[in-house]
Design a binder for this molecule. Sequence first.
Ligand code: TRP
Length: 454
Amino acid sequence: MKTTSVHGMWSSRLMFVLAATGSAVGLGNIWRFPYITSENGGGAFVLVYLGCIAVVGLPILFSEIVIGRRGRMSPINSLKELADDAGASRAWIGLGWLGVIAGFLVLSFYSVVAGWTLAYGFDYLQQLVVGAPPISDPGQTFENMLASPGKLIFWHAVFMVLTVGVVALGVEEGLERAVSVLMPTLFVLLLVLLGYGMSTGHFQEALGFLFSPDWSRVSGSMVVTAMGQAFFTLSLGMCAIMAYGAYLPSDVNVPRVGVAVAFSDTAVALVAGLAIFPIVLSFGLDPEGGGAGFIFTALPLAFNEMPFGIAYGTAFFLLLSVAAWTSSISLLEPPTAYFVEATNFSRKQIAISVATLTWLMGLLSVFGLNIWREFTLGGKDIMGAIEFLASNIMLPIGGLLTAVFAGWVLSNRITREELDAKMPAWAFNGWLWLTRVVTPIMIVIVLLGLIGII
Ligand code: TRP
């Protein structure tokens, strides 16, 4: 059993929690959660999503950490070694490769959206510093940005360079520094926005929209989306947390850190929702208007009215970019760690190559917003289609395989030792039962429903 990884180690338990929370908390919470909640009609969707976090997300989160920490290598090689040890088929490395491909697809569009937040951050910064004109018609401003491939490509590139910079530096120097100060700051900022949301007089109504379920809205596609969001927001299903688990010191209690990560991630999403929907309602916008531009068209309205709104807007979009940054790092880490192990190239060369390829892939999403606008797949633009394929199909399949691997391939002795040797029997058995049976069955049912939808 290895106690360290060649890629470096987290310096403490807190560092892992910060890094894993940094991976989990990102555009998924503040951009994606509000917009898909809006498109799916609120209450019932939110409750199904919370159910998925508890029943599907948590067991898989534990499983990924356990597999990563036991293997102590890149996901692909950890899976290979653990499968060998257990006498199972080497085909399990396919899960690692599926993760690499899913991560590549997610990062390709994630970086484009992170580019939007950078562009907005820069716009507000100009308003703040050189007195550039405010965003008076946010809908139009957003449209104009999408219509400009040059601008989108530029910010997509800036974001990718920032991401690759951290990954190239490696675990201790790169990842840890980025997460320890900035993430807590973003949370404070969200609380301020929540305070503003509460002062609009539409807080009650927003609470109703977010939490009182209209069960008639439940449908196959809604459940697929809710489960996809649970995977996306917790960074599960593509071995990213597995890669981070490999750097986790052996004495850290996995259930405790796992629950801390899932709890913070869910709290951020809910606070973001509670902050944003009152604003949407108070400006008379349609809470079910949805669309990928949801926060970009709604929030500037509030920033125009709030005291110190420009300074706030600057900080908000820049910190949201940071949150996206700490997430994208985790998307790039699994393939980078693998190629570091498998080739003689340096970490830097590898990180740059993977990022360049991903950046090129992202151009498809960019052009789908403007020059290839007419091109749609299943009613979605290119970015929407990639987003759907990666988060709603590939991540759940990856999660299913992860649960089966942790539950059935690894011996109970290993999983118990890794989870927490002193864990009470009922807790271990509960996890085992969820991971072996409940979680896989739920995922299969949802994915079968998806076949019906397509
Ligand atoms: N969880 C991040 C967010 O919510 C995005 C992310 C990072 C991710 N790593 C991932 C999504 C791995 C899926 C898989 O913004």
